[in-house]
Design a protein around this ligand. Structure first.
Ligand SMILES: NC(=O)c1ccc[n+]([C@@H]2O[C@H](COP(=O)([O-])OP(=O)(O)OC[C@H]3O[C@@H](n4cnc5c(N)ncnc54)[C@H](OP(=O)(O)O)[C@@H]3O)[C@@H](O)[C@H]2O)c1
Length: 191
């Protein structure tokens, strides 16, 4: 906070469900109760990890930030999170451009109906699903484009078309893959 020149943080997350999660969570809860962090949450937690955290700390994360985009829609995961009062937040809403997402024919066709871009269709789809999105762009005009999604509404048919894109799998990696857990943990030790 000193480096950021802030008196409090709006939101602070545990990045991955590895290592001393409960130690971190206790420290974060303390800061939350002191008012130094307004909300605390997690990222990349599968439902079993969320259930464990809630059951053994008695404190539900405000959000779980997970990979969520048209190719990995996380519908069941979202239902579980909502049942546990955890807000779903999408990282990689554009799948970081993978699978040629910005040239996807289904998304382009939907966008053409409303005079909106593929990026705007995706963000509108997330917002209508009550998924918080944190798109990343280094370009000012794209940041403006990404905010300009509140003057149109996707229909049931649009939703059904987008649903056909779901592969129900990560385009990046599986947080439950032991090799990845080992690799990430070693990388963390090096840092
Ligand atoms: N919790 C985690 O484990 C985790 C993992 C990954 C990412 N994240 C976070 O998630 C957020 C989202 O970032 P992300 O990098 O994952 O992916 P993303 O938002 O899916 O994609 C970013 C890419 O889309 C491009 N883009 C943005 N707006 C666009 C538009 N309107 N039209 C065309 N292209 C557009 C960007 O290019 P330009 O920049 O050139 O515009 C960039 O190449 C970030 O805050 C990141 O830190 C979290």
């Amino acid at each position: 906070m000193k480096k950021l020149q802030l008196d409090y943080l709006d939101l602070y997350l545990i990045h991955q469900p590895y290592g001393d999660v409960f130690g971190s969570w206790r420290a974060m809860q303390e800061l939350y109760f002191q008012g130094k962090i307004r909300a605390i949450g997690v990222a990349n937690f599968h439902p079993d990890r969320i259930a464990d955290l809630i059951a053994n700390s008695g404190f539900a994360p405000a959000i779980n930030q997970i990979e969520t985009h048209p190719f990995h829609q996380q519908t069941e995961n979202q239902k579980f999170l909502e049942e546990n009062n955890v807000q779903i937040q999408s990282w990689g809403p554009f799948a970081e451009g993978k699978n040629n997402i910005f040239h996807n024919e289904i998304l382009i066709e939907i966008g053409n109906k409303y005079n909106k871009s593929v990026a705007q269709v995706i963000l509108r789809w997330l917002v209508q699903r009550n998924v918080i999105a944190i798109p990343k762009s280094i370009r000012k005009e794209r940041m403006a484009e990404n905010f300009d999604i509140f003057d149109f509404e996707l229909t049931k048919d649009d939703f059904q078309a987008i649903q056909t894109l779901d592969t129900k799998a990560s385009l990046f990696f599986d947080h439950r893959d032991p090799n990845m857990v080992k690799w990430l943990s070693e990388r963390k030790l090096e840092m």
